[in-house]
Design a protein around this ligand. Structure first.
Ligand code: ATP
Ligand code: MG
Length: 241
């Protein structure tokens, strides 16, 4: 579903931010990526829908080499939903408008159908009564659930999450994680950058630890947490658990 083949990325500053990343994520897998600040986690997942270009290696998403100049980026991003730390909703649009915008514009979905799907998604993320609200009228947890619904409205085959709960007050974290747990149960392919290790233990098929642009270790959650191999992983876990 997602393949990284010896991927390298440098920022213009010269920083070698991704170093020889090789990785395969299968359909329906839930992968959690963790690691210290600045290790390249966000960069790595932003490469999956080409929000960031790479300079060496290949990334194949759903059978398509995304660095092939013929790749249709709009379609790639319709297949790959992205949920950001800072929600990134359009503040001047209602919740319903936020969710229906891309299906209307990109997929040419008829409005009635787009709105029906949006209402179903709002049920799914447990805020069916907020369709007419503006983002500024919602709590952080509610805004993030709208952002997830907006991603799902494109019927993506993959969902990427970049620290979706780290801007939230503790009491709102679980309402967002619950939606993610539900998605995982339904078989969505998910790549989640998160330090919610309870979520990782419970939901992830695999945990990847990154440090300084390198994939240091990957393992099942059981092995990762009970028996980390590398010193850097042990040190990281001792700080966050
Ligand atoms: P955090 O946990 O703080 O979110 P991260 O693991 O997601 O960190 P990245 O955001 O991927 O880390 O950043 C990796 C490194 O690349 C950092 O040193 C960062 O300063 C640098 N970096 C990120 N974006 C850019 C950019 N657009 N130009 C230059 N350097 C960048
Ligand atoms: Mg980040």
């Amino acid at each position: 579903m997602i393949k990284f083949d010896h991927v390298h990325k440098w920022y213009a500053s010269g920083l070698h931010v991704l170093q020889d990343i090789t990785l395969e994520i299968k359909q329906g897998e839930v992968v959690v990526i963790c690691g210290p600040s600045g290790s390249g986690k966000s960069t790595l997942i932003r490469c999956i829908n080409k929000l960031e270009p790479i300079q060496k290696g290949h990334i194949v998403v759903d059978g398509v080499d995304i660095n092939d100049p013929r790749t249709n980026l709009t379609m790639l991003r319709a297949e790959v939903g992205f949920v950001f730390q800072q929600f990134n909703l359009y503040p001047h649009m209602t919740v319903l408008e936020n969710i229906t915008l891309a299906p209307l514009m990109v997929r040419n979905t008829p409005r009635a159908e787009a709105e029906k799907t949006a209402m179903e998604l709002l049920e799914k993320v447990n805020i069916p009564d907020k369709a007419g609200a503006y983002p500024g009228q919602l709590s952080g947890g509610q805004q993030q659930r709208v952002a997830i619904a907006r991603g799902l409205a494109m019927k993506p085959r993959i969902m990427l999450f970049d620290e979706p709960t780290s801007a939230l007050d503790p009491e709102m974290i679980n309402e967002v994680l619950d939606v993610m747990r539900q998605l995982a149960r339904e078989g969505m392919t998910m790549v989640c950058v998160t330090h919610e290790m309870g979520f990782a233990r419970e939901v992830a098929d695999r945990v990847i630890f990154m440090d300084q642009g390198v994939m240091v270790e990957e393992n099942t959650p059981e092995a990762f947490f009970s028996n980390p191999v590398h010193d850097r992983t042990k040190e990281f876990l001792s700080k966050i658990l």
